[in-house]
Design a binder for this molecule. Structure first.
Ligand SMILES: [Zn+2]
Length: 316
């Protein structure tokens, strides 16, 4: 089964085992549907093994059920855990009416404690109300991904949480499901980072599009995919172009269409579309990169020129 826990665990283990041989520094983002408690043992195992770097708490169930039956439950957990009744109610309502639900809040609190102990960042998904944001913040979530209303994004900001929204949303100017527009959130100063969501190729044009919207231009928009996510995930060795940090760089053109021309990881060229013509000097490029250079560049006898990027490539 493609999405079985065993298969996923195996893929994650394989990626971890190949860490030193891969061109990209992969991080694992686990997205946990909070009502699918059978996945918890797998999640715990992966956390204990140090395999996870970000966990999202998701709840995609419709918000209704046996409300009368859960009123007592809500009052009890609110009292026991010092949560506001409103906050507990949101979860209670959503959890109601499902068989074998178990104590979902207990499970989430346990998960949260383990994540914090292991230094794994917790995110909350599709936040829609102030109460939901309050609840997930109480559970230790540091990141609100895809807030669906402006008020939820504002509350996340007020509580010091980071916010992430989809690059396709930013590029299109609206959410495909009619929720908060990433452009609107960015203009309101409520957007910290872009996720690839369902269309990774949207990231570059989305950054360039957002750069037109606010005073800080490209630097602020590029931070949505560099400094801000690095900061939110505690990756202190990257996210800015500074001495001592990893040189993970993208060289891109804006015109005629947004296009990636080359990418570097830790200063090594790992992708080039053949238009930079850096050529030659393998010690500068690195052995992996040299193998991956286009044949024409490899064959060239010329070294790097003083300006290795002819054309109007920009560092993003
Ligand atoms: Zn969702």
């Amino acid at each position: 089964m493609l999405r079985s826990e065993d298969h996923t665990t195996e893929i994650i283990g394989t990626i971890a085992g190949l860490k030193d041989h891969l061109l990209v520094d992969h991080r694992i983002h686990a997205r946990f549907e909070v009502t699918f408690t059978p996945a918890l043992p797998t999640l715990r195992k992966l956390m204990d093994a140090g395999r996870l770097h970000l966990i999202s708490l998701m709840d995609h169930t419709p918000g209704q059920g046996q409300y009368r039956d859960v009123e007592l439950y809500i009052a009890r957990i609110a009292k026991e855990r010092g949560m506001s009744v409103a906050a507990s109610e949101v979860v209670g309502k959503r959890m109601a009416g499902r068989e074998g639900q178990g104590d979902v809040l207990n499970a989430l609190q346990d998960l949260s404690a383990r994540a914090q102990a292991a230094g794994i960042v917790l995110a909350s998904h599709d936040d829609d109300t102030l109460e939901k944001v309050e609840l997930v913040h109480g559970l230790g979530a540091a990141l609100s991904e895809f807030p669906v209303t402006l008020e939820a994004a504002q509350e996340a900001r007020r509580l010091g949480m980071h916010t992430a929204m989809g690059a396709p949303n930013a590029l299109r100017g609206e959410s495909y499901s009619g929720n908060l527009s990433a452009r609107q959130a960015y203009e309101a100063g409520l957007l910290d980072m872009l996720a690839s969501d369902y269309h990774p190729a949207s990231i570059l044009p989305a950054v360039l599009g957002l750069a037109e919207l606010r005073g800080n231009g490209l630097a602020a928009a590029a931070a949505l995919t560099s400094a801000n996510p690095a900061n939110a995930l505690g990756l202190t060795d990257r996210g800015a172009i500074e001495p001592g940090l990893l040189a993970d760089l993208v060289v891109a053109d804006r015109h005629p269409v947004p296009r990636v021309r080359a990418t570097f990881r830790a200063g090594r060229l790992i992708y080039g579309d053949g238009t930079l013509a850096p050529a030659g000097k393998a010690e500068r490029v690195g052995p992996v990169a040299a193998e991956r250079l286009p044949a024409a560049a490899r064959a060239s006898k010329q070294g790097w020129s003083s300006s290795p990027f002819p054309g109007n490539g920009e560092l993003l």
